[in-house]
Design a protein around this ligand. Structure first.
Ligand code: FES
Length: 106
């Protein structure tokens, strides 16, 4: 069963901003995009660098190191030099709090 980690008050994260949360030893990046929240493991699948500081274009993030693109909603890789998806985490709003599920997509 998924456990849920508190990531702060809903509304405390401005659109386009992100924060980092450690979940079971993994760095997870939570993004607020146009009123929705998405969480991905903060590791680029190309070369293992952090990706959360990358440039955002809509729901896409561009790795700051070599420019691979990923969909924040699905974790799908969208352009080389990366070829593997990034794990995503479920996010919910519960009693006014943002919560991230502890079970990643892979
Ligand atoms: S480390 Fe992200 S594209 Fe290379």
């Amino acid at each position: 069963m998924t456990d849920w980690i508190d990531a702060g008050r809903a509304g405390s994260l401005a659109p386009g901003e992100h924060l980092l949360v450690e979940i079971e030893g993994d760095e997870v990046a939570l993004f607020h995009i146009d009123g929705e929240y998405f969480a991905i493991r903060d590791v680029c699948s190309h070369d293992g660098t952090e990706i959360a500081s990358g440039h955002l274009e809509g729901c896409e993030i561009i790795c700051p190191r070599h420019g691979a693109r990923f969909c924040l909603k699905t974790g799908k890789v969208l352009s080389p030099p990366a070829y593997e998806d990034i794990a995503t985490y479920p996010v919910r709003i519960h009693e006014g709090r943002i919560e991230i599920g502890t079970e990643p997509s892979h």
